[in-house]
Design a binder for this molecule. Structure first.
Ligand SMILES: [Fe+2]
Length: 273
């Protein structure tokens, strides 16, 4: 769950599976003459769609942050409410349908505790120097649990080339996640979209080349991405959000009811080159 306070005192709430649906729109359209499309396409897409479904365990309970008067969101959730074990259960559910996607998703969650293995990251466009890489593919593969290693063996991902190709897709998942998080959490200041830079974006599978992609705001619902990574000349994306007024000094059941009743508002952005 994400929560962004709006200027009029209401709060914009976004569920994890709406965040992942936006991530998946970027995944589905990623690739053109300059950037290679994810391969295996459907596995990367499937993993992206369900990469945060472990959060559903918490969101189904809908615990209320009584100080704020809305459901608990990322950054404020007390330990224990989040139910991290649900991430492993989710990855194992993904494995029943697509082992490659399961490995991708479980590596993603391990990487979240390790700065995404120092791969892709987002920074404000403030001229700061990039942070040096210290971790990477060896660290990511070194963290695999036994059940993940079994997938590596089954899919023949042991040799250097196959590992590199897989790690390319891991880095793409970080890009799709970070692009979506820009809209869910950190791309806005005082309600306005901000210019940012995505660093170390991989360009093609099998190549070491990485680029920084600039996101420049060109209008209230418009961004320019340079270089431009999508398969259509302009890409219009949309995410479901809920706008609710905080419910303070009332039983949690009242806040939950207001959340379920909240007005659904599509967040739309048109992205061009
Ligand atoms: Fe995510």
């Amino acid at each position: 769950m994400f929560a962004r306070e709006l200027a009029d005192g209401t709060v914009l709430m976004i569920e994890q599976e709406d965040h992942t649906d936006l991530s998946a729109q970027f995944a589905a359209h990623w690739g053109n003459n300059e950037f290679s499309r994810p391969e295996p396409y459907h596995s990367v897409l499937f993993g992206t769609i369900y990469h945060d479904s472990g959060h559903r365990e918490m969101e189904a309970d809908l615990p209320i942050d009584v100080e704020r008067g809305v459901p608990y969101a990322i950054g404020r959730t007390p330990p224990g409410l989040r139910k991290n074990e649900a991430d492993v259960i989710n990855a194992k559910w993904i494995k029943t349908r697509d082992p490659y996607a399961a490995l991708l998703v479980s590596m993603h969650h391990a990487g979240l505790r390790k700065e995404r293995y120092d791969t892709v990251r987002k920074r404000a466009d403030d001229g700061q120097a990039p942070v040096p890489q210290t971790q990477g593919i060896d660290s990511a593969f070194g963290d695999l649990a036994d059940w993940q290693q079994e997938i590596v063996n089954e899919l023949g991902l042991n040799d250097a080339r196959a590992r590199e190709s897989f790690f390319h897709n891991y880095r793409l998942l970080q890009v799709f996640d970070l692009l979506s998080l820009y809209f869910c959490r950190d791309g806005f200041k005082k309600g306005e979209m901000q210019n940012v830079v995505l660093e170390q974006v991989p360009v093609k599978a099998g190549s070491d080349k990485v680029v920084d992609i600039r996101l420049d705001v060109t209008g209230p619902n418009a961004l320019r991405m340079t270089p431009y990574p999508f398969d259509e000349p302009s890409l219009s994306v949309c995410m479901k959000t809920r706008v609710m007024a905080p419910v303070l000094d009332q039983p949690e059941a009242v806040a939950k009811e207001q959340y379920y009743k909240a007005r659904r508002v599509p967040l739309i952005c048109n992205i061009t080159s």
